[in-house]
Design a protein around this ligand. Structure first.
Ligand code: SF4
Length: 423
């Protein structure tokens, strides 16, 4: 979400005549977009602000902006801590900086800025469709920083994706903290399935993904859309967060382990070849060894294609911070993360090894270390070697090597998307 926000602010600044430079020292405007979901991320932001402050002293006319989750509705404290920062902006709140830049250029920015869709996007592009979140998981700071759920109107999103497709984008990932809750705050209550049905008709667009889903909102309509719409990729990120019902309840996650597993089975029965990824927090306040073992068992049962495991980090302002003691020692959290990661690595070794010899379709996203790279519809990262220019193309590869984190393939033939879809 932060990447998408940065890109959109960048587009707005470009429309005011600014352009990106490689080094902060060469910039007239420096924007730091912050994530404070964990303490380590917040520490990084603080150290970056510290590193940038001397640049402001060197050239006082330079504008420094701090944006993102670190900035709440009130930021007097931040202003005291970081006196060199000229402007503080909450996530997706671009106006304060645009006002300042507009003033320094002597232009009315509101008259200059149109769509925030990137003007020179990559082959794949993020498109935020919901801002904020209406749930209040006890460990999470996001609703306090990004606010309550606001869905963008369906026509606005469709128009933006049409524009992106004309600019060469082949794959969009529509984003929301609870993306499957899309539309429930809009007048006619369209849902994510309605939106994806509209996006599926956009010429030139090859693939549609969505991120991140919440188990409570994953409806049959959305599952059917994933199963039936040709451009919607068969990959669902469905964070579970814990394998123990008492911990789930104290996290204020409104489902049980059994309900989550039932939903996963239903998705797997309905969507052929679907891949699943999930998030797990270990060391939540009061998590016993037994409760942690239930998360470990869940990972073993789930056999997901990706598990993002993070140690619990107490965030001031959250319910968990106010009411629960962060009592699992740091070393114990680290042990649990490591053990869970090792288990997932062995599962992925098996899943990916089974793909050797299979033919897969990938969308080529770019080059890295002399190889082309892209992703399967199930979101597996694949590399292949070729002298041809395949950027933005759908190609078929035979997988010939696998590791837990990526696959290597050999080109079978370039696919014509329209021909392959009979379109
Ligand atoms: S659903 Fe996600 S963003 Fe919303 S409160 Fe829970 S963890 Fe945070």
């Amino acid at each position: 979400m932060n990447k998408a926000d940065s890109q959109r602010l960048g587009t707005a600044l470009e429309q005011l005549g600014l352009h990106a430079v490689d080094k902060a020292a060469d910039a007239d405007v420096i924007v730091l977009n912050s994530c404070v979901v964990r303490q380590s991320a917040e520490d990084k932001v603080v150290s970056h602000v510290g590193a940038i402050q001397p640049l402001k002293k060197q050239r006082p006319g330079r504008i420094l902006a701090l944006m993102g989750c670190m900035v709440g509705p009130k930021h007097d404290d931040l202003a005291r801590r970081f006196p060199q920062v000229d402007v503080f902006m909450r996530p997706q709140e671009y106006a304060p900086l645009l006002d300042l830049v507009g003033q320094s250029l002597g232009v009315d920015w509101e008259g200059c800025i149109g769509s925030l869709a990137p003007t020179e996007p990559d082959v794949t592009c993020y498109v935020p469709i919901i801002h904020g979140c209406d749930l209040m998981c006890t460990f999470c700071i996001i609703p306090y920083r990004r606010g309550r759920q606001v869905s963008r109107p369906i026509e606005e999103v469709v128009h933006e994706v049409e524009l992106l497709a004309t600019r060469g984008v082949k794959e969009v990932t529509v984003l929301g903290q609870t993306v499957d809750a899309y539309g429930n705050d809009l007048p006619d209550r369209p849902d994510l399935a309605d939106l994806m049905t509209r996006l599926n008709d956009i010429p030139g667009l090859h693939r549609i993904r969505f991120l991140t889903s919440h188990p409570s909102f994953m409806s049959d309509r959305i599952i059917e859309a994933v199963a039936n719409l040709p451009k919607v990729c068969e990959h669902i990120n469905l964070p579970v967060q814990a394998g123990d019902d008492e911990i789930l309840s104290r996290m204020r996650r409104p489902y049980t382990r059994a309900e989550y597993l039932d939903l996963v089975n239903h998705i797997r029965d309905s969507v052929s070849g679907v891949s699943l990824s999930t998030d797990i927090i270990v060391g939540f306040p009061g998590e016993t060894e037994e409760q942690y073992q239930r998360s470990l068992d869940l990972v073993a049962d789930l056999r997901a294609d990706k598990v993002h495991c993070a140690p619990y980090s107490s965030r001031p302002g959250t319910t968990a911070h106010r009411t629960m003691e962060d009592e699992v020692p740091h070393d114990e959290k680290t042990r649990r993360v490591k053990q869970l990661d090792q288990l997932q690595e062995s599962i992925l070794t098996e899943i990916n090894s089974a793909m050797v010899g299979q033919e897969v379709e990938i969308l080529v996203e770019g080059r890295r270390k002399g190889k082309w790279q892209g992703r399967t519809r199930s979101n597996k990262l694949v590399f292949f070697q070729s002298e041809g220019d395949y950027l933005g193309e759908l190609v078929n590869l035979t997988i010939n090597r696998a590791s837990p984190w990526s696959l290597q393939g050999e080109l079978v033939s370039e696919l014509s998307y329209l021909a392959s879809r009979g379109d």
